[in-house]
Design a binder for this molecule. Sequence first.
Ligand code: NAP
Length: 249
Amino acid sequence: MPAAASGRGTALVTGASSGIGAATVRVLAAAGFETVAAARRLERCEELAREVGGRALRLDVTDPASVEAVAAELHEVALIVHSAGGALGLDPIAEADEEQWRTMYESNVLGLMRVTKALLPALRASGHGHVVILGSVAGVEVYEGGSGYTAAKHATRAVAETLRLELLADRIRVTEVAPGLVETEFSLVRFAGDAERAAAAYRGLEPLRAEDVADIIAFVVTRPQHVDIDYVAVKPTAQATATVVDRRE
Ligand code: NAP
């Protein structure tokens, strides 16, 4: 069915140039949303937009002017999927890099606030808004070396829970999707392009694929309007907690 004909409205996906965000654009387009793929790497978003028949916009969620520019383009938005974010480094607090902490907080927390705040009028205008936020197992657990990221994702969770209270009277649905290990560019970014170290994160187990998470998002956003799936935790079968993982050679 052509996107516009299904009447699901416009879906803005942040972090759409890679991983979970890109896979989500594909499933949302297939589900009948008019997709807007947004991230800093515009060329990738444009390629994806061509593939699914949607739009692409450049977006840096850490830059208020960039967020405002995207908001100015979109007057009615039925769905925002906040996938922009990620981790940097795996250093203990004793060796914490302040710039990495700042960037993680900017992209995972302040970016979430900024995009939501700027797009709220457009969400309200749609009459049936839905906000989906990529949290993480790191939003409910901690692990050694992970505190810059876990602190940010715990904050992401706090923002999601607060939004659910504040948007209740608007009947805007809020869902947090919190994955465990998903094989995307996440670890490559975390380890500054060190492919060997990134691959080790997924060695000896079958990790989730971006498409596995995107399928869940598609399910969540296509429930009837009165059904709000608050929180979804999803991990590979070989993962019990953030750190307890059954690896086999
Ligand atoms: P990914 O492949 O590295 O994708 C991250 C996306 O975020 C990219 O599209 C990147 O695009 C975008 N991004 C980063 N900083 C941005 C900024 N300042 N402004 C706009 N976009 C920005 O990783 P992923 O696994 O799909 O991660 C998606 C989300 O899932 C993240 O929030 C991550 O924390 C969360 N998550 C991932 C895992 C996992 O194991 N992979 C597990 C739990 C949660 P540009 O660089 O082009 O801007």
